[in-house]
Design a protein around this ligand. Structure first.
Ligand code: C5P
Length: 253
């Protein structure tokens, strides 16, 4: 029997990665953040002075995606079966063996990542990498995962990456709530709210712009899979949404 697969998709800052990590922690599953792959390719391009948003650079970005060595490592500090607050899991992201966990979250990378992710050859390269780390749809023998299941988050997990996932969740939240959550996250990661650059309105515009690009691109756009369960988290806490998903998984296992 192949490990249980949970696919979590949704727009920017809908809480996918925090939720996915905590669900993985509660269930003892692996976690794969697919957005990190697109962010790494974007970072690699920018650090070579190549602008992903310039359409004439498509070929260059595609070869960068093919060559980049990307790996993820999620540390689950305290496996727990209760919702009592254990410290949340953290994911380290490595690009060509260098820890780029913070660099891939900068505003500069966020601004260009949707352009990178709209390139078909980049998506193929990322799909290949994600599958080679054990996320085969059928979990072929020898897949890297040693756990009972896998939680993967992104934009096309339920539609393209894991079309036969056992549970597909499409997380949504209104853009004001998402902007406020993202702002808190940026502040927690060291951004200075007093600098005047960081306004909730600007954060909201950035998110909406990225969602628009992700929804309207030709290849694997952000879209709810027909068999996905939509979960509106606007009025939910992280713990609340994690509880809902964990109990749904338990009901299906
Ligand atoms: O999830 P995160 O915000 O880190 O994703 C960054 C970007 O990567 C998204 O805005 C989207 O353009 C792209 N992405 C994607 N498909 C995925 C995951 C992320 O196109 N499965």
């Amino acid at each position: 029997k192949r490990p249980f697969q949970v696919a979590i998709d949704g727009p920017a800052a809908s809480g996918k990665s925090t939720t996915a990590k905590m669900v993985a922690q509660r269930l003892g599953f692996d976690y794969i953040d697919t957005g990190a792959f697109y962010r790494c390719v974007t970072l690699a391009a920018l650090s070579k002075g190549i602008n992903p948003s310039d359409p004439s650079n498509t070929g260059k970005i595609a070869s960068i995606a093919g060559e980049a060595q990307i790996s993820l490592e999620t540390v689950f500090p305290e496996r727990t079966t209760s919702s009592a607050s254990a410290s949340p899991p953290t994911t380290r992201v490595y690009l060509d063996s260098i820890d780029v966990s913070s660099e891939i979250r900068t505003a500069q990378v966020s601004k260009h990542v949707s352009a990178t992710a709209a390139i078909g050859a980049v998506r193929e390269a990322v799909l290949h990498k994600v599958r080679s780390i054990g996320a085969n749809d059928d979990f072929a023998e020898g897949a890297a995962t040693a756990r009972d299941g896998l939680v993967m988050d992104g934009r096309d997990i339920g539609t393209v990456v894991l079309p036969n996932a056992d549970l597909k969740i499409f997380l949504v939240a209104n853009s004001q709530v998402r902007a406020e959550r993202r702002l808190q996250e940026l502040i927690k990661n060291g951004a200075d709210p007093a600098s005047g650059v960081l306004q909730v309105e600007d954060v909201r515009k950035d998110l909406e712009q990225r969602d628009e690009l992700d929804r309207t691109r030709k290849v694997s756009p952000l879209k709810k899979a027909p068999d996905a369960v939509e979960l509106d988290t606007s009025g939910l806490t992280i713990e609340g949404q994690v509880d809902i998903i964990v109990s749904t998984v338990k009901g299906l296992q």
